[in-house]
Design a protein around this ligand. Structure first.
Ligand code: ADP
Ligand code: MG
Length: 304
């Protein structure tokens, strides 16, 4: 299950820590209930948070600046802690004790020749009404939410800790991992080097889903699912979609980069690699999406 950064900070909110904990309880309560039936891997985004950390450090000239790779690691600790502690109390509320939970600092390998290094495509941090309102230092891109800073976002190749994650799942741990798409690293022989980028969490989660071989790949975000003609009068919600249809709508530009685009791409990647069920749903409707009554479902095996 991949949780959007919006599971913590809702549109229009200031994003205080109280608001973040309150928002997080909505998906986590459902995850706690589902854990009675399912083994669970939770991944999460960090777009709003990693952008906030960047702004924080830019506002302080007294300490050296940290590269994005370190900020991503920070968000894994920050959000991992928030998810873990919220899940712990929700499990307690349900009277489920002794469920082992672990959040894992995760590396994700990227290719140093990835063309995305030349083209910042991942929006991070707050959204601004006007382009000129965005602070300088990074390119700015237009998104459905407004103008946002953009950073480079290479494609995930493999999750370094996949074997460890599999072992933890086999031992009934709930695993929180690949936060913020994972810490991007380039492999040189047996060593890894961090790179200044933010991997898309939807694509990293799909890679993990594929490498672990999960039964359901679910992406929870702040809309009920994917639509065509999004944010227009012609908007039409898509309840079920074949791989062919998804590709066709993608080619027509219905799913923009940096938001719905990577979610659809992630589902397609998981399904075409042999995955069974991929669903994009809202944070409120996770349980209904698992039950098959909400969200946009990308059907597997129909027309590969
Ligand atoms: P997350 O933090 O969950 O990854 P994103 O902001 O990256 O969230 O993506 C979700 C957003 O995608 C929605 O808030 C919506 O505005 C936007 N979006 C863009 N195109 C579409 C579409 N075709 N259907 C639905 N939502 C879309
Ligand atoms: Mg996103």
């Amino acid at each position: 299950m991949a949780l959007g950064g919006n599971a913590l900070i809702r549109k229009g909110e200031e994003g205080t820590i109280e608001q973040q904990f309150r928002n997080l309880a909505v998906p986590i309560r459902q995850i706690a209930r589902l854990s009675r039936e399912y083994k669970m891997i939770i991944t999460h985004g960090n777009g709003p948070q990693v952008g906030a950390l960047l702004l924080q450090q830019e506002s302080c000239p007294l300490v050296p600046k940290l590269p994005l790779e370190i900020l991503v690691a920070q968000t894994q600790g920050w959000i991992g802690y928030m998810i873990e502690s919220t899940l712990d109390s929700q499990l307690m509320d349900l009277g489920i004790e002794f469920t082992p939970i672990v959040s894992l600092i995760s590396y994700v390998v990227v290719d140093e020749k990835d063309p995305s290094f030349l083209n910042p495509s991942k929006p991070i941090g707050p959204a601004y009404r006007k382009k000129k309102d965005a602070p300088s230092g990074y390119p700015v891109m237009k998104t459905a939410k407004g103008y946002r800073r953009a950073v480079v976002s290479p494609k995930p190749i493999t999750i370094v800790e996949k074997r460890e994650i599999k072992k933890l799942i086999d031992q009934d741990f709930i695993v929180i991992c690949c936060g913020g798409g994972g810490i991007p690293v380039i492999r040189e022989g047996r060593t890894f080097f961090g790179v200044d980028a933010v991997i898309d969490k939807d694509l990293a989660s799909a890679k993990l889903a594929e490498e672990i071989g999960v039964d359901i790949f679910l992406i929870a975000t702040d809309v009920p699912g994917a639509a065509i003609y999004h944010a227009s009068a012609k908007e039409k919600f898509l309840r079920k979609m074949s791989v062919m249809q998804a590709r066709r709508y993608m080619a027509k530009g219905h799913f923009p980069p940096g938001s719905m685009g990577p979610k659809i791409e992630a589902c397609l990647q998981y399904i075409t690699s042999g995955g069974k069920r991929a669903v994009i749903t809202s944070i409120e409707a996770i349980e209904r999406a698992v039950a098959g009554t909400a969200g946009t479902e990308i059907a597997g095996m129909i027309d590969r």
